[in-house]
Design a protein around this ligand. Structure first.
Ligand SMILES: Nc1ncnc2c1ncn2[C@@H]1O[C@H](COP(=O)(O)OP(=O)(O)OP(=O)(O)O)[C@@H](O)[C@H]1O
Length: 231
């Protein structure tokens, strides 16, 4: 369970995040939407202790993410390409992570097998460095890396962006599979309203850093979001 309490982030005089309370239960697929600059990435970055909040904090299973490191083995995330080691090939990168997470060669192989359809023969066994991959393929490497080591919580910032239509469908299938097989808690930010409403149990809408809607009923999600975004 993730618990956000009195979270505030301010840059000079601008308050970019102001979330009074948010509880995300285990196994929930939590979607985060909002216009550019609404504060989605800032919320994820604070949850990963990459940005220090001005006030309040985030607890993961009771652990304050800014005060202990123990939550890190339970969380996987891909926010942007800076999280990757661009001087490695995807194979070298996965092998490096395998060693860090102390997984067996077989564990890594089984994990990557789940991604074969999504990888579409473009990622493994190639001599291409991560820095030379297309944006979509780079995203696929980041997502596969975020899910490595069986994390209980997976945070993905704009996972569908830059993926071709078949890859978007394959990614949705993968997320739903992981969720039903292992009760993974997914936190997904997206501008793609169709995809998030399809796979998420709940959608939180941010506007200028504040939660203005917390939608938990599937039937009303699409309608409410379409009317908000004018889509
Ligand atoms: N280091 C920083 N210094 C000043 N302002 C910042 C900084 N980082 C983020 N911001 C501001 O915080 C606000 C929220 O940004 P954030 O990236 O969280 O939005 P977002 O919802 O993820 O947007 P997008 O949909 O465009 O990715 C923006 O106004 C942004 O300019």
């Amino acid at each position: 369970m993730i618990s956000v309490q009195g979270l505030k982030k301010q840059y000079k005089n601008a308050v970019v995040l102001d979330v009074e309370e948010l509880q995300i239960p285990k196994g929930e697929c939590f979607g985060l939407v909002g216009n550019n600059g609404a504060g989605k990435t800032t919320l994820f970055r604070i949850m990963l202790n990459l940005v220090r909040p001005t006030g309040g904090g985030v607890l993961l299973d009771g652990m304050d993410v800014s005060k202990t490191e123990n939550w890190k083995s339970r969380v996987g995330a891909f926010l942007d390409e800076h999280m990757l080691l661009s001087y490695l090939t995807p194979d070298e990168y996965f092998e490096t992570l395998r060693k860090i997470y102390k997984l067996s060669v077989e564990d890594l192989k089984l994990h990557l097998e789940k991604f074969q359809e999504l990888f579409n023969d473009e990622i493994q066994g190639k001599k291409k460095y991560i820095r030379d991959l297309s944006k979509g393929n780079l995203k696929k490497v980041g997502i596969a890396a975020a899910m490595l080591g069986n994390p209980e919580v997976v945070m993905l910032d704009e996972p569908f962006e830059n993926l071709d239509p078949s890859s978007q469908v394959r990614l949705k299938k993968l997320i739903l599979q992981e969720k039903s097989d292992r009760q993974v808690t997914f936190l997904i930010s997206s501008h793609d309203l169709n995809h998030v409403t399809e796979i998420c149990d709940r959608i939180v809408l941010l506007e200028k850093g504040k939660v203005i809607k917390d939608l938990q009923e599937k039937e009303h999600m699409v309608e409410t979001l379409n009317s908000y975004f004018g889509t």
